[in-house]
Each structure stands twice: as C-alpha cells, then as structure tokens.
Design a binder for this molecule. Structure first.
Ligand SMILES: *[C@@H]1O[C@H](CO)[C@@H](O)[C@H](O)[C@H]1NC(C)=O
Ligand SMILES: *[C@@H]1O[C@H](CO)[C@@H](O)[C@H](O)[C@H]1NC(C)=O
Length: 378
C-alpha cells in the first residue's frame, strides 16, 4: 500500500511538472513575410518592407507595423487563442529585455531557407541569420537566469517555423536568377531539404525540442503567380513543385524524429489542402473573391500594396490582401485550421479551477504513459 501511495505521489509530481499550462508557453517564431511582425523595419537597406499604408489598416490602431497584411498574421491569431501575447519582433527589443523570456519573432519578409533567396531585397534575415539571432537570444537568457534554467526554457519552448515560399517566389521562379538557371527542380528541392535539415538540426543543438514546421500553401494560386497565366488561372506546375517540397519536408521530419526520438518532437503542419480549399471555394468560408487581391496592385512591379493603390470596399470579402499575402479574414480561417491540427488536445487557454487543471494534467500524463509516444499538446 505504501509503495502504491508513493507511486501515486510521484505520478502527480511528474504530471504537474510535465504539463506547463498555455499561460506559461514560450514561443519562438521563424519565417518570412507571412509571419513577420516588424523586423525588417530595423533593416535600413531592406526593400522588403510594409511599414506604410495601407498595411495595418485593420490592425489595432490602424497603423502599419511591418506586418504584410491589412490586420493580424496567423501567428497573432494563434497567440491570442493560446491566451499569450504575440511575441515581439526580435529587432524591436534590446538584448537585456525581460520580454525575451517569453519568446521572440525572428521572421523577416523576403527571407528563405537559402542565403541567396530574396537577394534583390538587399537586406533580410535569412533562416540562417534568424537562427544566429536565436543563438544570441539564448546567450541573453543564460546571462539573465543562468545556464540550467535557460536550457530548460529553451527545451520547453515551442518553435513555429514557416519558410520556403520565397525560395520559390523570389528565387527559383525568377528565370533570370542564378538558382533558376543552375538547377533543375529536382536538384533545387534537394538543396532546400538538405539545407533545411542542417538548419533544424542546428536549432535542436541550441535546445529546440518542440518544433512545428508549417508547409507551403499553393503558391501557384497567389495573384502574383496567376498574373503569369493568360487566363488568370493557378499555375499547376508551381503547385506540383510546392507539393513535392512539402512531402520531402514531411520525410525529413520523420527522419529527424526517428533520429532524435524521444528527446525531440517535430511536427509537420500541412496547410496546403486548407489554403487550396479556401481559394477554390471562397464562398463556403464567407469570402467573395480569391483570384485577385483586395488591394489593386500591379503584380508585374512588386505586388505590394502601395499608398496610391485602390482598395476593395469590403476587405473581408477577399482571400488575398496583396499579390502575395492573405487578408486578415483569411488568416483567421487559416489560424483556426492550424490551431486544430497542432494544438487540438491542449488544455484550454482559460485557466480551469485547480482541481480540474490537475485532472487535465493527469489525463495527459496517463495518455503519455499509455501510448509511450511524445506528441506535445496531445
Ligand atoms: C549562409 O551564410 C553563412 C554566413 O556567410 C554561412 O556560414 C552558411 O554556411 C551559409 N548557408 C548556406 C546554406 O549556404
Ligand atoms: C476572377 O474570377 C471571376 C469569376 O469567378 C472572373 O470574372 C474574373 O475575371 C477573375 N479575375 C481574374 C483577375 O482572373
């Protein structure tokens, strides 16, 4: 009896310490303009900026922040669902700011997996640069709270990564750039995957354990690509390439998981089918238009929404805000989907009474014991 009692206590202790509540969730975000919250504002020479009207017109305060949409990014919406603030852009906070203890956003418009992606934007934070910045963040956190707690914080944090769109749109699909001239798609996708593998491994070595990579959407259907088709249709070749990339990333993640199991858990969130469905059946989601953008942009020259552009009258009826980026309303749909895929069984963000919190944690722990699998948030 006494032994059983001890075991129960042990289980309780482990259950409580193993299941951090979402209120303490630390998130580090890596990516491109789909996730950026303002890093490029701090890169003086960068041409990939959105710190002018009409960006942010539907954001709190109505001001452009460096987000490449009229309102919130998917990351903003997911953070709100989790009951945590959206992590600030890394370059907006000083290295000794306590805010770093809650996470940071390294995403940078125009950035890619490859260093040479988006080179005509002059300055971006490539994924390589973003990981370097994270390394500095970890050093700052160590200096603040000590090595052991810093390692623990980094191990328990969630890393949300979405990158690769620019390696297509602002690299491989630009016929005059070196990569397009030099590589076949098979060669190019292998280069992307092997580089990404090294980058995810580097994040692992820096302490990342819970990583979610969200795959690419149907890039052949963004207005900037449709403009290249005589009838304004999706470019099916581009969509096929993107799907090849996604399935190879999925394989990469299976391999990394088997390599690092059980210490690390990587997830692939396949957003392609959800985005394609939204584009193909906009009315089913309350939208009217998905084949052109709300902001009337000339996609042959840049495709960003400039201050002299004409806007549609109802921003929520359009899936796309500019020639590349979804509108706030579309981001809500995509965030809902992403949230269900990744955070489906997580404890609700609203704090439960203590005894119920405990039951939730115990259930999670038992499920862990039973399945012997480590799927975080499940
Ligand atoms: C990117 O650039 C950095 C710094 O110049 C270099 O160390 C790294 O190996 C490069 N990565 C790739 C994939 O070329
Ligand atoms: C978008 O689709 C509508 C019909 O669904 C069509 O009338 C319109 O020309 C299309 N616009 C573009 C830019 O292809």
């Amino acid at each position: 009896m006494e032994i059983n009692f001890a075991v129960v206590i042990l289980i309780l202790v482990i259950a409580i310490t193993n299941a951090p509540s979402s209120a303490s969730l630390v998130t580090f975000i890596f990516g491109d303009s789909l996730a950026e919250v303002g890093n490029n504002n701090y890169l003086q020479l960068s041409l990939a900026k959105s710190n002018f009207p009409f960006y942010g017109i539907d954001f709190a305060g109505g001001k452009a922040t460096g987000r490449f949409t009229n309102g919130r990014t998917v990351g903003d919406i997911i953070s709100a669902k989790l009951g945590i603030p959206s992590p600030p852009s890394y370059l907006s906070i000083s290295e000794d700011d306590d805010a770093l203890l809650k996470g940071a956003n390294y995403a940078s418009g125009g950035a890619g997996i490859l260093n040479e992606t988006g080179l005509y934007f002059i300055q971006t934070l490539s994924f390589h640069d973003q990981i370097n910045k994270f390394q500095r963040t970890k050093e700052s956190i160590k200096a603040k709270i000590g090595e052991g707690p810093a390692n623990k914080l980094c191990n328990e944090a969630v890393y949300i990564i979405g990158i690769g769109s620019n390696d297509y749109v602002n690299n491989f699909l630009q016929p005059y750039l070196a990569d397009a001239l030099q590589y076949t798609h098979d060669e190019f996708v292998e280069l992307l995957i092997s580089t990404l593998g090294e980058q995810l491994t580097r994040l692992y070595q820096l302490g990342a354990r819970k990583m979610v990579f969200h795959g690419l959407g149907p890039l052949g259907c963004i207005p900037a690509q449709r403009a290249k088709s005589s009838k304004g249709e999706c470019l099916s070749q581009v969509n096929l390439w993107v799907q090849t990339f996604n399935s190879k990333v999925q394989n990469l993640i299976v391999n990394l998981n088997s390599h690092y199991y059980p210490s690390a858990q990587l997830k692939f969130a396949d957003t392609y089918p959800a985005v394609l469905d939204l584009i193909e059946k906009p009315t089913a989601y309350g939208f009217k238009v998905s084949n052109t953008s709300c902001c009337n942009v000339d996609s042959r020259v840049g495709g960003l929404c400039l201050p002299n552009s004409k806007l549609c009258s109802n921003h929520n009826e359009y899936v796309f805000w500019d020639a590349f980026h979804p509108s706030d309303a579309a981001n809500v749909v995509l965030a809902d989907h992403f949230f269900n895929v990744v955070f489906s069984n997580s404890p609700p963000p609203i704090p439960l009474p203590l005894h119920l919190q405990f039951l939730v944690k115990l259930t999670h722990f038992c499920r862990y014991i039973i399945t012997q699998k480590v799927f975080f948030f499940k």
